[in-house]
Design a protein around this ligand. Sequence first.
Ligand code: GTP
Ligand code: MG
Length: 200
Amino acid sequence: MEIKSAEFIVSNTDWRKCPNVQLAEFAFIGRSNVGKSSLINMLTNRKGLAMTSSKPGKTLLINHFLVNNDWFLVDLPGYGYATTSKTVRENLKQIINDYILLREQLTNLFVLIDCRLTPQNIDIEFIMWLGENAIPFSIVFTKTDKLSKGKLAENINFYKQKLLENWEELPPIFATSANTAEGKTEILNYIEQILKDIGE
Ligand code: GTP
Ligand code: MG
């Protein structure tokens, strides 16, 4: 799919205040610093569209980006950012969970995982929670430029085995790099297919 336009629309702490239009939303979630905002910039070809930082805890709001005047990419705050206070953490968790559970326009959630890490409990538990709540999701491994091809394949296989302990079927899985744009075509094609399927 060709990205003809991408523009920031609004930031919110509350899903109820998000754009009051019936357009499909594709949201990005994952641990703080995993590369959610960078992936949005990579997919849209616009470097400064979503704010990124080398320090975790950059995105603290629900951010809507309108693409091709037709659908939204949604940047969410990260979870598991240990150095913020418990109150801030709980508050962010509430914002994220409410958006995921209650936002009707949410069409697919991309769960981002740093490809360098072994499966982390916080991610595995989050994915289980999505399953329990029947949220449609896919998994996106990020920062593939930081690993050799061999090590990447090994880590992704290991992750798949871990998921198969709890799941009968694997969700769609993508390998991406915001630096090399690996995975861009695959994710955009996937979004395009979903939009076609739901008749957008
Ligand atoms: P929060 O908003 O804090 O939850 O983080 P985030 O998940 O949005 O991460 P962000 O996109 O801000 O990126 C965090 C850091 O990782 C930045 O320093 C990015 O430059 C770096 N980064 C993101 N994606 C990649 C990637 O594909 N490759 C490499 N090498 N670095 C990346
Ligand atoms: Mg961010």
